[in-house]
Design a protein. Structure first.
Length: 115
């Protein structure tokens, strides 16, 4: 195991405390190797797959995710539909009542206005 100072972390060591690290040294010793790998791979650009294969892959992943969905039962769907219909009808009545009241108020004000 590598020798470490009090304020230095060894590569691969996990941070356990949430305390602020004022003098911690997070320098990665493997940076030069990573930079060299990126430079070496710069000339070896991989070709992007064609449009057809990307579309096929998208649909394949989409159907795979749809298989994981937990669909509600028919009974639960009918129950939810009933709740939606009742709420919509309730708000239909409330909004219609307000509309009727405001319409009559405006009509009353128009009839009694001075010409």
């Amino acid at each position: 195991m590598a020798k470490k100072n009090k304020n230095q972390m060894v590569s691969g060591e996990t941070l356990i405390s949430n305390a602020p690290l004022k003098d911690a040294d997070f320098e990665n010793k493997n940076v030069p190797a990573q930079v060299e790998n990126k430079k070496a791979n710069k000339g070896n650009k991989e070709k992007k797959p064609g449009a057809g294969s990307r579309i096929r892959k998208t649909f394949k992943e989409m159907f795979s995710e749809l298989k994981k969905v937990s669909w509600p039962t028919a009974k639960k769907t009918a129950s939810m539909f009933g709740i939606v219909v009742v709420v919509v009808l309730f708000f239909l009545v409330v909004i219609s009542a307000f509309d009727y009241g405001i319409m009559n108020l405006v009509k009353l004000l128009m009839d009694h206005s001075v010409v």
